[in-house]
Design a protein around this ligand. Structure first.
Ligand code: ADP
Ligand code: MG
Length: 599
């Protein structure tokens, strides 16, 4: 008997769906991209239960004819290309004709659609690739597509979905990637009957503000500098954050020819441009839009991949880095313009529309850029100026051999008198040699252990703030906050939802300084979101680490003998103390043997 046969279509579609539609966010991306391809100027996204039960996209695009509406759900059905050559002159987001076929293979789809020229539209119901109902219907011009019960027939996939908060964050992230490139198109995003985002048509900057401004006017975009450069190879425009406005929770986005992309190499170009201007763990925000000839990039890789290959990456690296440097430089000289020489100067920085800071108007005086400008030098502690570059914060490196050779102290810790060196190290004589301890990291280790324990035992003690502080959040941050709320309370934060887009903080853990409640919660939130974790233990560790960092004694702080002794005792009684929880070296031992060899 012959055993080779073709797979039935619905089976083939379900297999293909696994590649294109991995989670509600990938489904949302495909639907919204289709609406944009259809020329919509208004797109509404309606979601229930983070997309598990409903993902609906309503657009006012060109709609489909009755036949097209049926065809659209077949595999490789597309109106966008017909021959391979078309791939190189694409003006649409989709082209594979796989999305709708994949979506309807793993969900229950209901669609109504009508073109301008048709009197009536069509309504279709498709259930796991099978057409179950079809009839003409009265509806608005455009397409209204509901995806219900995603993965209802693929239990494995359904099971692998994360918590609603995580899936909602994924949806919003995907949504940001799209709406940031289409500021002219009006979007709304509704989750469980709540409007999370209402984005009117506007400029790129207004769109950025509407998403990240957290309800305050120009709170976010006033910290951005314009950037623009045009070369034969590539045009780059966008915004980067002012060095002193950069922070620990940067928003970083690259787009190429209207698509979001990840590009670690270009990311490095931007960091290089800022190098020396930002303290260790600060990073700039950026929104960079590349325009490049389609032949010079390859987007035709896996449909869900956001990495894009450029033909000339090294050249673009240089162009980008120079452009960012120039923007920062131009911005930083603004305060040093000499207004005493009035009359010689025209209005130095033109603000006429379209005439951005990056493009001096004619007649502007020549201005010297101060290459040593560093907004943070003012606030730097007595520590060596560039300590953060002398001791770059690297991710956990493989443990070097001497980690293992550190002495272990069980209960009694026989040590000599500690001595503080260079306001950042503690030198501690021990039986095995001289331990050199990084004071800040040592303190992180001991506070981390203590905090983690409090968190697990829910024993955090709270101190009241005099005034409630309001933390404004973006929708994806709101979702993350909901996840970690019980743990924040367990560690001693008194924190409650204040409005649809904010939380009120009225108490902080007793051991924390009262002054930076907002920064602390924001840092925690960011750290948890970056880890993208769904595992409570992991985010508890993040919370403990963020808090430990903010209470740890800083470099440059002069310690008393008692403080040093106490810190050393607590450190050495930890089960391991060679590394911080995020892998940075805490101590090094100059062993007696080594000393004898040298002297
Ligand atoms: P692709 O976008 O790669 O062509 P899809 O499976 O996403 O493939 O869509 C198939 C076809 O259905 C599209 O080429 C388009 O003609 C039509 N279509 C899908 N969504 C819409 C929409 N919202 N409005 C108008 N036409 C649509
Ligand atoms: Mg498509």
């Amino acid at each position: 008997m012959d055993i080779v046969h073709l797979l039935p279509d619905h089976v083939a579609n379900q297999i293909a769906a696994g590649e294109v539609i991995q989670r509600p966010a990938s489904c949302l991306k495909e639907l919204v991209e289709n609406s944009l391809d259809a020329g919509a100027t208004n797109i509404q996204v309606i979601v229930r239960d983070a997309g598990r039960t409903l993902l609906q996209v309503i657009d006012n695009g060109k709609g489909m004819s009755q036949t097209d509406a049926r065809m659209a759900f077949e595999r490789h059905a597309t109106s966008k290309i017909s021959q391979v050559e078309d791939l190189f002159s694409l003006h649409t987001m989709g082209f594979r004709g796989e999305a709708l076929a994949s979506i309807c293979a793993v969900s229950q789809v209901e669609m109504t659609t009508r073109r301008q020229e048709d009197e009536v539209g069509i309504c279709l119901e498709i259930d796991g690739s099978q057409l179950v109902h079809q009839e003409p219907c009265a509806c608005a011009v455009g397409t209204n597509l509901k995806v219900k019960n995603l993965f209802y027939n693929v239990p494995v996939r359904r099971k692998f979905l994360k918590t609603d908060q995580t899936e909602l964050r994924n949806l919003l992230t995907e949504f940001y990637h799209i709406v940031l490139v289409y500021p002219k198109v009006q979007f709304t995003f509704v989750h469980n009957d709540e409007v999370l985002l209402d984005l009117p048509s506007g400029t790129e900057k207004q769109r950025i503000e509407a998403i990240f401004g957290r309800g305050r006017t120009h709170a976010f975009t006033s910290n951005l500098i314009d950037l623009r450069t045009d070369t034969e190879l590539v045009s780059i425009r966008g915004f980067v954050s002012k060095p002193e406005a950069s922070g620990k929770n940067p928003q970083q986005y690259f787009f190429v020819n209207g698509r979001y992309m990840r590009h670690p190499y270009f990311h490095k170009a931007i960091l290089t441009a800022y190098s020396g201007m930002l303290p260790g763990d600060y990073a700039p925000s950026y929104f960079i839009y590349f325009d490049i000839a389609p032949e010079a990039i390859d987007v035709n890789i896996h449909p869900t991949k956001t990495e894009i290959k450029f033909a000339d990456e090294q050249a673009i690296f240089q162009i980008l880095m120079a452009a960012v440097r120039e923007s920062i430089g131009k911005f930083s000289l603004a305060p040093t313009i000499d207004f005493n020489r009035e009359g010689e100067l025209e209005m130095p920085l033109p603000t006429a529309p379209g005439n951005t800071i990056g493009r001096p108007a004619t007649g502007m005086p020549h201005i010297q850029v101060d290459p040593t400008y560093n907004p943070f030098h003012r606030n730097q502690p007595a520590a060596p100026r560039n300590w953060s570059t002398l001791y770059p914060d690297r991710p956990a490196a493989p443990k070097p051999a001497d980690d293992a050779q550190l002495p272990l102290y069980e209960h009694d810790i026989p040590t000599g008198v500690p001595y503080q060196y260079a306001d950042r190290y503690i030198l501690l004589p021990t039986r095995d040699g001289l331990l050199i301890i990084n004071q800040h990291r040592a303190h992180i280790c001991v506070e981390y252990e203590a905090l983690l324990q409090q968190l697990r035992e829910q024993k955090g003690v709270s101190q009241q703030l005099l005034f409630q502080e309001i933390l404004d959040l973006t929708p994806d941050e709101m979702a993350a906050m909901e996840t970690i709320l019980p743990d924040l309370r367990a560690i001693g934060f008194a924190i409650d939802q204040f409005s649809k887009t904010s939380y009120g903080i009225s108490g902080v853990p007793a051991q924390l300084p009262q002054s930076d409640a907002l920064t602390m919660v924001r840092d925690i939130l960011q750290a948890v979101m970056e880890t993208g974790t769904d595992v409570q233990q992991r985010w508890q560790e993040q919370i403990a680490l963020s808090l430990a960092r903010s209470i740890a004694i800083p470099y440059g702080k002069i310690l008393t003998q008692d403080e040093m002794q106490d810190l050393c005792d607590r450190l050495l009684s930890l089960p391991t103390y060679s590394r911080t929880p995020d892998g940075k070296r805490v101590v090094t031992l100059l062993s007696n043997n080594e000393l004898e060899n040298r002297l």
